[in-house]
Design a protein around this ligand. Structure first.
Ligand code: ZN
Length: 214
């Protein structure tokens, strides 16, 4: 537990951030808060402020729009993230990528470990790196542990696209951006992904851009 005096600065920072209401500004790559590694959440905000902060993260994620958002992406260095994916994609994309709907979840102090050795590689983007996407090979299944927004323990295996989302968001809390793990030769502007690499899998992109898939 932190002492009240140690708690105050972060809580004040969050109060200031929430004061205007509406979606929060998203921090872009280059800001040290995205590289610092977030502090373990240990009640620094208190239950009421935590609930308001989580709601602001949800509103910001929806407005972006995105399927996940980590606290450092709004400038708050705490191990808190939200995820939600309605997965509005065609059937062939859903099957190839495992892009199944993921209901709204709050992840507090999450960490993950791979389950098995299968890796999956797909184009991925980040709200803090706007305009670009790159292929990232990640464990296809992970075991996620931590807690939810009410402090209830979380211990669950994620597969498919939700596995990718929870890894991406947990990486943010460790100061890791998806580009650190990406096949850099796959890097493509959003418009180019839409025009050329919207296939369910990145095999054509791998051939034509010259990068390896697992
Ligand atoms: Zn991101």
């Amino acid at each position: 537990m932190s002492s009240p005096s140690a708690r105050a600065p972060l809580a004040e920072r969050v109060e200031e951030l929430l004061a205007p209401g509406g979606p929060l500004p998203i921090v872009a790559a280059g800001d040290p808060v995205l590289r610092a590694g977030a502090e373990r959440y240990d009640g620094q905000l208190g239950p009421a402020l935590l609930a308001r902060f989580v709601e602001a993260l949800r509103v910001t994620m929806h407005a972006a729009p995105g399927v996940g958002l980590a606290a450092p992406q709004v400038g708050v260095g705490l191990r808190i993230a939200v995820i939600e994916d309605p997965a509005p994609v065609p059937e062939e994309v859903r099957v190839a990528r495992g892009r199944v709907p993921q209901p709204f979840r709050v992840l507090v102090n999450p960490s993950y470990e791979p389950v098995g050795s299968v890796r999956a590689a797909f184009y991925e983007g980040c709200l803090s790196v706007p305009g670009w996407q790159a292929v990232v090979a990640r464990p296809a299944e992970v075991r996620l542990t931590g807690a939810d927004g009410n402090g209830r323990p979380l211990d669950e295996v994620f597969g498919g696209w939700p596995a990718r989302i929870v890894q991406h968001e947990t990486d943010h809390l460790d100061g890791v951006l998806y580009l650190d793990r990406a096949e850099t030769r796959s890097l493509a502007a959003n418009e180019t992904v839409l025009e050329r690499w919207a296939q369910p899998t990145p095999e054509k992109a791998a051939r034509e851009l010259g990068f390896d898939l697992p």
